[in-house]
Structures are given as C-alpha cells and as structure tokens.
Design a protein around this ligand. Sequence first.
Ligand code: BG6
Length: 320
Amino acid sequence: MVDRANRPSALNAPSAAAPGAQVDITGSGASSKVTATLPSGESVEVLLYGATVTSWKSNGGKTENLWLSEKAALDGSKAVRGGVPVVFPVFGPPPKSGHATSALPQHGFARTSRWEFLGKSTSEDALDSSSVKLDFGLYSSGLTEEARKAWPLDFGLVYSVTLSKDSLQTVVNVRNEGETSFEFQFLLHTYLKIKDISKVAINGLLGVEYVDKVLNATTHSQKDESVTITGEVDRVYSKIPQDTTTVVEDGAPRFDVVRDNLQDTVVWNPWTEKAAAMGDFSPDAGFKEMVCVEVGAVNGWQKLEKGEVFEGGQTIKSLL
Ligand code: BG6
C-alpha cells in the first residue's frame, strides 16, 4: 500500500453540492449520464459507462477543456476515446502470464464497466458554495461475468468528481473487500483539449526518468525543461518528485495537473499514423488538438491487504 503520509487533499475537498448547482441524469441504459452545472455556468458530464468524464467546461461554460473524439462510442459498446477514462486494475497490456491481471484487456475493466451513480453530496456545512461533488461506485458484484471471471477479486471503487469554478478534481478510492490481498495499477487517462500541439510545452518533469514506449520501452531521463511534441509520444514518467505538471500553450500556462498521492504521469499523443489507425479517433487531424497527461500509479503495483484502502487522484486547473 502507498505511504499515507501524503494524504490526498481530496479528503478535505468541498463535499457539498452548491445551493443551486443543477444535477441531472439523462439517457438510459449504457448511455446514461450525469450532468452537473454550477450557477455560474461551469459544467461536467459523466457517462455511467466507465464513469468517464466526457465534458468539462469552465469559464462560465464557454471553454471545453477535454478532447472527445467525434467518433467516440458513447453507447457502452467500447471504451470512450477522449474525456477521462478510468484505467484499473492494470495499465496498458497486462503481464502476459503469471499475474492476476493477465486475463484482462488493455487498461483493465473500469473504463468498460457500468458504474452506479451514488449521488451528489448534500452536507449542509459546505464552506465553498461554488462546487459540486458527484460520487460513482463500481463493485465486484457489478462487473460483467467476463470481467469477474478474469479478475475474481472482491473490491469496491468509489470515484469522486468535483466540479469547481476553475478546476475539476477526480479521485478514486479503492477498497479491498475480499479475504486475500490484491495488486493493481490505476491511471486517469485524461485527454486535454488544446488548440495547436505545435505550440504546447509540458513542464514539471525535468530530471524525471521515463520509459519511452516509442523507443522499445527504453529508459531515459527528461533532459529538457519542457516536453514538446513533434511526433508520436508515449512516455511513462515515474516517481515524479513534484505534484504539478503544467501544460503551457503559446507561452501561457493553460492547465495545471496536480497529482494527489500518485507518483507517475503518462504523456501520450498518437500523432498521424497511430491516430489514423484508430477507428474511433476523429477527425484524423484531431491529434493536433489533444494531449494526454495521465496521472497514475503504474510503476509496479499497489498492494492492498484485506480491508485496506488506497486513495489517489488529480485536480486539473483550467488557467484560461
Ligand atoms: C496510453 C498508453 O495510456 O493509452 C498508450 O500509454 C496507448 O500506449 C494509449 O496507446 C491508448 O490506449 P487505448 O487502449 O485507449 O487505445
């Protein structure tokens, strides 16, 4: 289990729905989604399928911060291409054999499972009236038979999505509800929407070691202050000492991605060929308008003994 000294600030996050925050559940079956809108116009949309955040608008509702493919499946037929898919209990392709996750698909089952909406928080002692928190749950009993068979362990996930005026916080709480220990990885596969990838720099990773999946999974150290993207990038930065990764666009900070009790960050952009090869990636040139900055615990495994809990997540600040 991870060191609990850095207790996530999520626990201190505003836990109440703002008076006047509008929360709606629309659609049916796998297309059901929860939408929350603050009185000042900011909004968030969460599909129950995968508990995938598919839209987050700040700036009074005028600025969309998440990239969503025009061909993203939003009907529960496959993982959503865009927004914030939740990766659990394995990141990437699982170990070929010999691990409890080996029979799972790439990135696990959380992003392709239907979650329950547990409700908005309604505590009356809220200090911050301009935020709303939505909770989603996924339990072993709620998995498809296929997923349950592939990972027959008893767990409970609670995923909390808190919308504030200028930020979105997404935090997971993983509980081992079984009799035996289990190992897992976790990652928030956030697709940030940007205007022009050629003007983007990602800061906050200087000196950090990363595995470059484009270069045969070799290990490197980040030598430049900024990561810039001029081709396919697929890097797993690990054990990052500082909490904040900043996405700068055209010289101005655009997003701060703040990790909470998570040490790793994946930077991913598929670029021309990989984007074209993905049937659900659209438009083809969409890779110029997105960059994935994915916080997680993916270096090795997190272990939870019976009854233990892990909590980790992110706060993304829109700096426009
Ligand atoms: C990233 C991985 O997190 O997700 C990439 O580092 C992968 O290797 C990408 O290509 C997208 O994965 P998927 O399963 O959504 O196509």
